[in-house]
Design a protein around this ligand. Structure first.
Ligand SMILES: [Zn+2]
Length: 322
């Protein structure tokens, strides 16, 4: 039997799965290493796979990697990843050596779009966008059946769409008023502090944030659920920024279906989905696409990586010289 390895490399967690050509057989979830040289992560992936899936290792025919970006797509290297302390994370070259088989590397959201097209709700469609609302904001885009890549593999960096050109709120990339500055999970506590200081708001959430510099998006949403006034303002901005961003995605790419994944969204679908989607038709010039949460939950990246391994997109193979 032939097996495939799917890898979803995230800023906090790395998921590795052994798969048939159709689905995940077994998976592990590990904390992504935060130290070491540019090969540390490739070594960790190889060692973890060898340890957990030793009985499959001889029969692996291809490996797909859905990685945090930004990526140098030709070299298969993550360069200055926004939320991990590495200058470069080499993937394509060392993993090809370790696994001694074909390896395909793509940005995680780009891979997830490819996974939705091959295994998920995107199957019947030629025009599809996968949007991740997670630590960061990103997308993968398929237009006319083609996966969009761009000159360096960044044709889908929708998180840096400017949703408020007057805003002084800085994004992780250094730009101002970007969608991700408002809606990236890592930025949400910062948005809350910024609003509280700017408008002189005191609330339980603000007290909590002052005492807990390590507070996360999860905490902010918890306070929102308790009716905290600062929490309400932060979620309101999150929704407005996301509506503006999604309207731009629809106007630019004209998708038939838009699938939304990512931890921040999936954990708060009950609050966010209708607020983001209702009335969106007033902000677009084209017709509305179907908009749904991904059917894969946390496994969207893994199914993306599997699709890369089993059906590598021609556009990507040309870039990576396979
Ligand atoms: Zn940005």
């Amino acid at each position: 039997m032939k097996y495939y390895i799917a890898i979803d490399l995230g800023a906090s967690k790395t998921r590795i799965a052994v798969c048939s050509k159709d689905s995940i057989i077994k998976k592990i979830v590990e904390a992504t290493p935060k130290h070491g040289d540019e090969y540390a992560i490739a070594k960790f992936i190889w060692e973890s796979t060898r340890k957990s899936f030793s009985e499959y290792i001889e029969d692996i025919v291809a490996v797909g990697v859905a990685s945090i970006g930004p990526l140098d797509i030709k070299r298969g290297v993550a360069v200055n990843p926004t939320n991990l302390p590495f200058k470069e994370i080499k993937l394509l070259e060392p993993l090809t050596k370790y696994f001694n088989t074909k390896v395909v590397v793509a940005n995680d959201a780009m891979a997830a779009a490819w996974g939705e097209k091959h295994y998920g709700l995107g199957k019947p469609f030629r025009n599809l966008v996968y949007l991740t609302l997670s630590t960061g904001v990103g997308a993968g885009v398929i237009v006319d059946g083609h996966l969009l890549i761009g000159k360096e593999g960044n044709a889908h960096e929708v998180g840096h769409i400017i949703v408020d050109f007057n805003s002084e709120l800085e994004c992780g990339c250094g730009g101002r008023g970007h969608w991700e500055a408002f809606a990236g999970g890592i930025n949400i506590p910062r948005v809350a502090r910024w609003i509280a200081v700017k408008h002189g708001i005191s609330s339980d959430l603000f007290d909590f944030l002052l005492k807990h510099p390590e507070a996360s998006a999860k905490d902010v949403f918890e306070y929102y659920r308790r009716g905290d006034p600062l929490g309400v303002l932060v979620v309101d901005l999150y929704v407005k920024a996301s509506r503006a961003g999604i309207a731009s995605i629809i106007n630019i790419y004209d998708p038939e279906i838009l699938l939304i994944g990512g931890g921040v969204f999936l954990n708060n679908q009950d609050i966010l989905f209708e607020k983001i989607v209702n009335g969106l038709e007033n902000d677009i010039v084209t017709s509305m696409p179907i908009i749904k949460p991904t059917g894969f939950g946390d496994d969207a990246g893994l199914y993306g990586a599997l699709a890369l391994a089993v059906n590598p997109p021609r556009e990507l193979l040309e870039e990576q010289g396979v």
